[in-house]
Design a binder for this molecule. Sequence first.
Ligand code: GTB
Length: 212
Amino acid sequence: MTIIITAFERSPDGGKGLARDTRVRWALEEAEQPYGVRLVSMAAMKEPAHLRLHPFGQIPTYEEGDLVLFETGAIVFHIAQHHAGLLPDDANARARAITWMFAALNSVEPPILELVIAKILEGDKPWAQERLPLVKDRVRERLTQLSARLGDAEWLDGAFSAGDLMMVSVLLRLRPSGLLDEFPSLAAYVARGEARPAYQRAFAAQLAINAA
Ligand code: GTB
């Protein structure tokens, strides 16, 4: 069954791969699943046709026959559950990999999003300069904890999994801030993720649309 995802007609990042369709593309590439992409404008995302797929009027969405999904966590989990390559067979290792997916989305991404909001949406507020260091320190706290757990390992728990895919995707959003470089082991971890052929294909596919 053909898989169709949605992505920005033109991503505001100009092809840096930071929009969330990249993590879905990456999962599909790791799982060796072909997919099509329907590009949507910011206006079309808020129209009834797209709202039927995504209640919050966002990208990405995922369609596979009668199945319609939104939320990248659910989409990547669905792909990982149904195809080899993203979750270990051993039940406990699988549960731990899923735990890392949730950790990426629920414990690491929120402070990173706070930073993005503080810089981009609130940067001109009179209190912004006072708040920014506090927000950055909350990101640093999570990165300190994460790098302590990663240690010298290549991936978070044994072989590369959907947990790493999600964590690397979340950490990539930090790159423009320079904060990632304060944590060399995490910067190297992200670079290992980016070096994977599946990520390279996913990145190139979104770049082809956004750099045109
Ligand atoms: N929790 C949802 C998920 O994980 O799927 C969040 C989905 C989401 O935030 N989608 C964004 C969106 O559709 C695109 S990815 N925004 C439009 C809207 O809400 O109206 C977020 C994003 C946007 C832009 C950049 N960038 O330019 O660097 C990076 C990430």
